[in-house]
Ligand binder design. Structure first.
Ligand SMILES: Cc1ncc(COP(=O)(O)O)c(C=O)c1O
Length: 395
């Protein structure tokens, strides 16, 4: 066999994730492996909990990284909090709300859907009306940052409504943690999951989750066994020291956890609010450049995610040709639209380590070059200046 070591090209990742990983995180992952019950590793796990509590802004004791990607964090929330026959209000305004519905149904629950158009936020009034019509609902689930459309929904308001109707909440924060405000305790979120490959500047494959005391009580009082052995929090908790002891559950992804630890140390060094501010600043600069070119956003201003920019295609342009050229000529990855938005938008990520001034200017100039080459109807020669002005705070 003539297969050699794999050496990937060096790209700039400005799609919907994974995003660029900081060299410090990659260096941490290459440190020597130790046993996953080694006292040194257990010390690192204890620190990890504190760092995750900071990232989520919570004191929840059950705050851990699930040893699998964001989808497993999603599944952890549903399989533990939904029992057969439970009614769950699921808000859908993009791809990931649809996956929540699947999770409810596969957990034996009944999903009652609250639908909003892709590109708009979850409508709190519809959630209120649906809860009034279904007073037996037990859980409300929604996505804070819809990566498929670049929309953010109002967690505080939606959780407040769910609480007034006696429901627990499950919040998808895969794309929000580290990139835009999320205050789990202050807003009263019961179960939340995230991913490491977006605004945390880490590699994919881990899913930080956090559960309130109310949620933990609901899990402990279940009348049916959680149908997933691997994701059963009653078992996972005993590995993460929930009862003060450590018992083998599965072999932790040791070096991946070193990486997440380093990424979270970096987030704490920067300061969470500074990180949120940085994502916003770079989004505004990207916006200034794109709008100067004549491009338009899909999402209305108050609901735009700073870390995921959904940009409408100019008339008559082959969208995949643009992405292809960006990749081959500029080593720059941006994302395509999904579902009904395929071929209509690009998704430009400014997530984590990739949310920086250099990437804003690089993306603007590369995109302008490709669009000019493809004779797209854009205003050429002004975008980089507009972005630079915004970065200098003069927009
Ligand atoms: C909002 C949202 N939820 C869930 C997921 C699933 O995460 P993963 O791909 O890490 O399994 C993603 C991934 O892009 C996401 O953007």
């Amino acid at each position: 066999m003539d297969i050699k070591s794999f050496n990937p090209p060096v790209r700039t990742l400005m799609g919907p994730g994974p995003s660029d990983v900081h060299p410090r995180v990659l260096a941490a992952m290459s440190r020597p492996i130790i046993g996953h019950l080694d006292p040194a590793f257990i010390g690192m796990m204890d620190e990890m909990k504190l760092l995750l509590q900071y990232a989520f802004q919570t004191q929840n004791a059950l705050t851990i990284p699930v040893s699998a990607p964001g989808s497993a964090g999603m599944e952890t929330c549903f399989v533990n909090l939904v029992e057969p026959g439970d009614k769950v209000i699921v808000c859908q305004n993009g791809v990931f709300g649809g996956r929540m519905k699947e999770n409810v149904e596969r957990s034996g629950g009944q999903a009652v859907m609250v639908e909003d158009a892709w590109g708009t936020a979850v409508d709190p009034q519809k959630v209120e009306d649906t809860l009034k019509a279904h007073p037996d609902a037990k859980v409300v689930a929604f996505v804070q940052a819809e990566t498929s459309t670049g929309v953010q929904s109002d967690v505080k308001t939606l959780v407040g409504i769910a609480q007034r109707h006696g429901c627990l909440t499950i919040v998808d924060a895969v794309t929000s943690v580290g990139g835009s405000p999320l205050r789990v305790d202050e807003w009263g979120v019961d179960a939340v999951y995230s991913g490491t490959q977006k605004c945390l500047s880490c590699t994919p494959g881990l899913s930080p989750v956090s559960f309130s005391e109310r949620a933990v009580q609901r899990i402990k009082a279940r009348s049916h066994k959680v149908q997933s052995w691997f994701l059963d929090l009653n078992l996972v908790m005993s590995y993460w020291g929930g009862d003060g002891k450590r018992a083998y559950h599965h072999t932790a992804p040791i070096n991946a956890l070193y990486g997440l630890h380093e990424a979270l140390v970096m987030l704490a060094e920067e300061g969470l609010e500074n990180a949120w501010e940085r994502h916003k600043r770079n989004h505004l600069a990207l916006r200034a450049g794109l709008e100067a070119m004549g491009l338009r956003f899909l999402v209305e201003e108050p609901h735009r995610l700073p870390q995921l920019n959904a940009v409408q295609m100019p008339e008559g342009v082959d969208e995949s040709a643009v992405r292809q050229r960006l990749l081959t000529h500029f080593n720059l990855e941006i994302g395509a639209g999904l579902g009904g938005l395929a071929g209509k938008i690009w998704r430009i990520g400014l997530m984590g380590h990739a949310s920086n001034a250099k990437n804003v200017l690089y993306c603007i100039t590369a995109l302008e070059s490709v669009l000019t080459e493809l004779k797209a109807p854009i205003e050429a020669g002004v975008a980089a200046g507009a972005a630079a002005k915004a970065l200098a705070g003069q927009a």
